[in-house]
Write a protein that binds this ligand. Structure first.
Ligand SMILES: [Zn+2]
Length: 253
């Protein structure tokens, strides 16, 4: 069993959740890696000879569409085989009790949705859908087995499809970004889970909340630049072990 933070810290976090109005959650790569999602920077097996920048970029797709799509097929398959850990289901429980729980994430794997979490704001896009590389305006397609039958998959206009993840050199989706910042401004409790606090803009969201006098709960195995700031309750450990403990205190078994 991983070590848990002291029960007084768990109680403190639970009280904050119980009494909060609009609570917002922000998750990073640590949330996914606890479920086994690897970062896939092109370091594995056959893919070792490629740089992630050459696979996950518009130029890469145009130059080598079959190869890049084969890579995404593997990534997607690896994600689909994974199951959300207990921490995801704890968040789903909080969502159901509070009725509103916007969740901002840097993860593209869809594990939050798989656990039943509904309001997910995906700052880095999603591996679950694909759309036209030439932005013809045709509706996107779900990334299912059938989509991968003939590589590269194509849009109804004949162009190649691209996954709806943010590729190297691309801007983050504007709408998602705007909503994330708005939520950081307007929430009255923010919970930050599994982020190293070094990737912008996710790293700036809790700082915006703190500046407004809003409390932040941090859950992460290691110390981060956020941990020692005033207004931050920092719980060190995995989300999969800490969140169920918190939920137990807030809502009972
Ligand atoms: Zn098209």
């Amino acid at each position: 069993m991983p070590e848990l933070p002291s029960s007084s810290l768990i109680t403190e976090a639970s009280d904050m959740i119980k009494t909060s109005g609009l609570m917002v959650v922000s998750t990073g790569a640590g949330m996914s890696s606890e479920s086994g999602v690897r970062t896939f920077r092109g370091e594995e097996g056959f893919w070792r000879e490629y740089r992630a920048e050459d696979l996950a970029s518009i130029e890469g797709i145009r130059k080598n569409p079959e190869l890049v799509w084969e890579w995404y097929r593997e990534r997607l398959k690896a994600c689909q085989e994974l199951e959300p850990h207990a921490g995801y289901y704890s968040l789903e429980r909080i969502q159901n009790e509070k009725e509103i729980l916007p969740l901002i994430t840097q993860n593209v794997d869809g594990l939050h949705q798989k656990a039943g979490i509904m309001d997910v704001i995906e700052l880095h896009g999603s591996l679950r859908t694909a759309s036209c590389l030439d932005s013809c305006g045709a509706p996107g397609k779900r990334m299912t087995e059938e989509l991968f039958e003939i590589l590269p998959p194509r849009c109804s206009c004949g162009s190649i499809l691209r996954p709806d993840v943010v590729l190297f050199g691309e801007q983050l989706p504007e709408q998602a970004l705007r909503r994330a910042f708005r939520l950081a401004e307007s929430c009255d409790l923010m919970m930050v889970i599994g982020t190293s606090m070094v990737v912008y803009p996710a790293s700036s969201l809790p700082l915006i909340a703190l500046r407004k006098g809003v409390k932040v709960i941090e859950i992460n195995p290691e110390e981060t630049p956020l941990s020692s700031l005033d207004g931050v309750l920092s719980l060190h450990g995995t989300a999969g072990s800490i969140l169920p403990e918190i939920v137990k205190v807030v809502y009972g078994e």
